[in-house]
Design a protein around this ligand. Structure first.
Ligand code: BGC
Length: 691
């Protein structure tokens, strides 16, 4: 972590000494930091000049540094637009997660940003969540693995990470009015592991969520902040609220939260009651302690010389795209080989000419050296070969040698097909009709989906190839061309399941994402604020219950147990080569299980395979998923090359959370170990017994 050599006692003594010098007013101002009239102040922790305490800068977020940072800090150079975190997760490469986070951390240092308000690590529970692209998929183990390497690496640059949004912020629909009801077992097995991994990796910041958990807003909930985060997960650094996510100042102070963003609006309403209390002292102390441990009060924090590294960062961003873009289907059309000079490639789709490849909201990153998919196609194949048409005619479609459609969602909040913060997003792509027409009229149609999650693909059977492009930032189009031409062999795999229809998903029927749902509404007259809650036309405000009735059966856990056929399963992704799995050996020594097997490249080109290990409890006293991911490895293999892999599984891989004893519990009996290329492409199986 940042400044990891610190001595906690010394840090706490220093923080206490500083606190003692502060007046009650100064302590209050610190924890309610931010002057609404000062531009950019919402993203800072205020300075106390009298005591030499500098201003601390915070910036979004997980796809690089967000567009807002320039207005806030007056920097002149654009930060790199990295691929979105979901694309990073699709690489299943923890070393790349490190490289990515280090690069973002270095950019923060270059710009003088102390806290990066990421990574976002909420679980993909529903494809309707507008912010899925900011997170790392549906599986807690994959999320935890990527998040922990991200946090460690970012903090090694001296920048603090702030994992968000704690907790169960899995829906953006009227997010402040959403009361998530979740049982304890599900909370522990599905929603907490990512945060636990971040805490164990030493994360210095946690941001709480907008939604309520079991009846109280996360940012002002004693259960969420003190009991779950601080006591159970052992987090001891700075816990901040999300931006205007809280309204009761006394509850905020008593919950264990340390900083209310953006302006301490609720705390300020209760200032008379709170000023000079031990609650405010504790909050201020935690802020000081975190900043001292991170080394933020040292004068040389900003390092403009790191701007020199931006070119290297762009290369890392490209590598993430190369390894994360997922080839979902390929009838053999890819890699594309164009030999005849009179070949015509038709390019279309609403994202073909889009420059900024990120989702909407606070994660939006502008970048530099921007190119569109169309630009990179023209650069690669020439203007003679590439024909662009916004609304191609049937004749243009029929006569093309092949068609590439780049279709996705909008960044503009007002657009019905927006994917981003604070809105649900539709399952259907806006260009669905165009795709259907092209796939019907021309069998050589390749569809590239520019989205953070799954979409309806009723045309999938007719498409020659389908690629999940996600949001690739500034290097996405270059990687796309490298993958299409075969210069790069695709190796990304889906961090989520794509359902055939939204009605198949666990969220359907439990969540009502349409405006007129039929759930109880609770009127809260004392806090009528247009933007805070759901608001009826008559002006009343209310919350709505969102019960996670599917329990632990999220993602592939759901589809497998319900035997629902999916469009593409979790962990799926194709390559231009193929891999064989062999020689499974499972050994158990005491409570450690060693799973070893070989993966061989049996095709003709170099390529990388992501081998996945799932565990199944054959008989259990509680309903358990058919299988759960507990290990994975990404291997680069030359044609004919074989590598042996060993994956260690400890007791936790076989356990479930038992609320009765509030602990992970391993029931004796038989377990099956599944090894495969995706959750539904299992190549090897073996058994193990716990007595
Ligand atoms: C988002 C956070 C973000 C914050 C500051 C909020 O609306 O939910 O993820 O960090 O704004 O921009």
């Amino acid at each position: 972590m940042c400044n990891s050599n610190f001595d906690l006692n010394k840090v706490e003594a220093e923080a206490m000494a500083l606190l003692e010098k502060m007046t009650a007013e100064e302590r209050f101002d610190l924890v309610a930091s931010g002057d609404p009239d000062m531009p950019g102040a919402s993203n800072t922790i205020m300075a106390i000049k009298r005591l030499g305490i500098p201003e601390i800068n915070l910036a979004d977020a997980t796809g690089g540094i967000s567009v807002n940072f320039r207005t806030a800090f007056g920097n002149t150079k654009e930060p790199t637009a990295f691929p979105c975190p979901m694309l990073l997760a699709a690489t299943w490469n923890t070393e790349l997660s490190r490289a990515y986070a280090r690069a973002v951390g270095e950019e923060c240092r270059a710009c003088g940003i102390h806290f990066l308000l990421g990574p976002g690590i909420n679980i993909y529970r529903s494809s309707a969540n507008g912010r899925n692209f900011e997170y790392m998929g549906e599986d807690p183990y994959l999320t935890a693995s990527m998040a922990s390497s991200y946090v460690e690496s970012m903090q090694s640059t001296g920048v603090a990470a702030c994992a968000k949004h704690f907790i169960c912020n899995n829906e953006e629909y009227k997010r402040r009015g959403c009361n998530v009801i979740v049982d304890e077992r599900t909370l522990h097995e599905i929603y907490l592991p990512g945060f636990k991994a971040a805490v164990d990796a030493g994360v210095l910041g946690i941001m709480t969520a907008y939604n309520q958990l079991n009846g109280e807003w996360c940012g002002q909930s004693y259960y969420v902040v003190t009991e779950l985060l601080k006591e159970e997960l052992g987090f001891k650094w700075l816990c901040m609220t999300d931006w205007t996510a809280t309204w009761d100042g006394e509850k905020v102070a008593k919950s264990g939260t340390d900083l209310e963003k953006p302006f301490g609006q609720a705390l300020k309403k209760s200032k008379e009651k709170l000023l000079g209390t031990p609650y405010i002292d504790r909050m201020a102390f935690n802020i000081l302690k975190t900043c001292i441990a991170a080394g933020f009060y040292k004068k040389d924090f900003k390092k403009p010389e790191l701007y020199e590294l931006f070119e290297e960062h762009e290369r890392i961003a490209k590598k993430v795209n190369d390894e994360g873009i997922v080839l979902l289907k390929n009838d053999g059309i890819l890699p594309l080989s164009i030999s005849e000079s009179d070949c015509r490639i038709l390019v279309s789709g609403n994202c073909a000419r889009r420059l900024e490849l990120s989702g909407g909201g606070s994660a939006q990153v502008k970048g530099y050296n921007l190119v569109t998919y169309l630009d990179s196609f023209i650069e690669e194949f020439g203007e003679e070969t590439v024909v662009y048409a916004e609304n191609p005619t049937d004749e243009q479609i029929r006569s093309a040698d092949c068609i590439f459609l780049f279709c996705g969602f909008a960044q503009d909040y007002r657009d019905k097909f927006y994917e981003g913060e604070s809105r649900a997003r539709p399952f259907d792509l806006p260009d669905d009709d165009l795709i259907t027409r092209c796939t019907m009229l021309n069998p050589a149609t390749v569809v590239c989906v520019v989205a953070g999650g799954g979409v309806r693909m009723d045309w999938a059977g007719k498409a020659a190839a389908i690629i999940q492009a996600f949001y690739g930032g500034q290097t996405g189009p270059k990687s796309m061309v490298d993958i299409i031409t075969g210069r790069v062999n695709p190796s990304g795999k889906l961090p989520f399941t794509i359902e055939c229809k939204f009605e198949d998903s666990p969220a359907y029927g439990y969540d009502k994402i349409e405006p007129n749902w039929d759930t109880p509404h609770y009127d809260i007259p004392e806090i009528k604020r247009d933007t805070f809650f759901c608001k009826e036309e008559d002006g009343s405000c209310y919350t709505y219950d969102l019960e996670y009735k599917e329990g632990v059966f999220v993602g592939y856990r759901w589809y497998e147990s319900k035997q629902i056929k999916t469009r593409f399963p979790f962990g799926h992704g194709l390559s231009y080569t193929s891999f064989a799995y062999e020689n499974l050996i499972i050994k158990k020594e005491n409570d450690m299980v060693y799973v070893s097997f070989c993966v061989k490249n049996v095709g003709h080109r170099e390529g990388a395979e992501i081998a996945q290990v799932y565990v199944q409890d054959v008989e259990s006293s509680v309903p358990r998923p058919i299988k759960e991911l507990k290990g994975f490895v990404k291997l680069m293999l030359q044609p004919g090359e074989s590598k042996k892999v060993e994956i260690k599984l400890d007791r936790s891989a076989f356990s479930y959370w038992d609320p009765a004893v509030k602990a992970w519990t391993l029931e004796p009996g038989e377990f099956v170990i599944h090894v495969g290329a995706s959750s539904s492409d299992i190549r090897l199986k073996g058994n193990i017994y716990f007595l």
